[in-house]
Ligand binder design. Structure first.
Ligand code: KG4
Ligand code: ZN
Length: 324
């Protein structure tokens, strides 16, 4: 089965071609350089750049896959959530291709795509039940799946997402967007020396990160006033922030283990590229669970990409075929 997938929900124009679970091409035009000067994603600019880049991304994805257009069996695209004007561009391109090639159209959820990215090119399958988490710039969510595509939302952030928190802290420190990779690099030279608030919201699976973000901001402002925002202080603060985020996430994962049967943990989203965070969760699973496998997307499939939409479509098609 050959799937052409399109992702345009935010600031990446991405097209992938998959043969079942194998990625034949995954071409992404990133807008990071253009968006960086605004400290975040400007929707109008994102839409303009999707239109500018779409044709060359499509051409490159087709060429790299070495697949003839007539061999494509399905067209998949990100339906939601995301920036509406950007999603509409992906939808129109997908509908046009589906009409032109006379192939079925598969609409996909971006967040489900992030979770299914951990199955891309994997020889192993999830064992159910699965505890899944999307940790991205726009979302921090925990899901429970008893079977494929059966998403039960356990909890989510009530304010900022983890990625958003990292992006903002990077800006407070005078660095660029996206902040996650910046904080990860700074943290490598720091230590966990700054106590930061652990917002756990004990009774629920929901998260809250805005208080943590504000606490970090206050520390930065105080150190600036004291003329003491040294390289070492910045590195230590970055490390402490990562540590605190990892601890909060692991607290919720642990809560889920206490209350539910879980055989697999699957993580997805841009922040999952962070090795400190995933190592911390991996260590928890090794120490406190028996044989629970952690599924992570390869680093290149953590941030937004069309291959994750393609793999989600693959499982959706397989489920529909099974039902018939
Ligand atoms: O999944 P994604 O590409 O877009 C959304 O759907 O939001 O995630 C983007 C987020 C940004 O907040 C970015 O700072 C974060 O992922 N990110 C990271 C790393 N790489 C990207 N966070 C922590 N460590 C990283 N290495
Ligand atoms: Zn995303």
């Amino acid at each position: 089965m050959i799937i052409l997938a399109i992702e345009t929900s935010c600031d990446e124009t991405s097209i992938a071609i998959l043969e079942n679970k194998k990625v034949l091409s995954n071409v992404t035009a990133s807008q990071i350089w253009e968006q960086q000067q605004y400290g975040g994603v400007v929707p109008d600019l994102a839409a303009k750049l999707h239109l500018k880049n779409m044709q060359k991304v499509l051409k490159k994805a087709l060429t790299e896959s070495q697949i003839e257009q007539k061999k494509i069996d399905y067209i998949a695209y990100t339906e939601k959530p995301g920036l509406v004007i950007c999603l509409q561009i992906g939808k129109v391109i997908a509908e046009t291709l589906a009409l032109y090639l006379n192939k079925p159209l598969i609409s996909c959820n971006h967040l489900e795509g992030h979770i299914y990215a951990s199955l891309l090119e994997s020889t192993k399958e999830w064992k159910f039940p699965v505890l899944a988490s999307v940790i991205s710039g726009g979302h921090t969510q925990l899901y429970y799946l008893k079977k494929h595509l059966d998403f039960e939302l356990l909890g989510q952030t009530l304010d900022d997402a983890i990625g958003e928190c990292l992006d903002k802290v990077s800006l407070f420190l005078g660095y660029t967007y996206p902040g996650g990779p910046v904080i990860e690099k700074l943290a490598l030279r720091g230590e966990n020396t700054c106590p930061l608030p652990l917002t756990k919201l004990n009774d629920t699976f929901d998260f809250s990160f805005s208080g943590l973000k504000t606490a970090v901001r206050r520390i930065i402002e105080r150190k600036k006033l004291e003329n003491n925002l040294t390289r070492l202080n910045i590195n230590n603060l970055a490390c402490s922030l990562q540590h605190t985020l990892a601890k909060i996430l692991t607290f919720k994962i642990k809560k889920a283990f206490n209350e539910k049967k879980i055989s697999t943990v699957a993580l997805g989203g841009g922040v999952v590229a962070n090795k400190y965070l995933t190592d911390y969760i991996q260590k928890f699973l090794q120490n406190e669970t028996k044989n629970v496998k952690l599924f992570l997307p390869q680093r290149k499939y953590c941030t937004d990409n069309a291959a994750m939409i393609g793999i989600l479509a693959y499982y959706k098609i397989a489920k529909a075929k099974k039902a018939n």
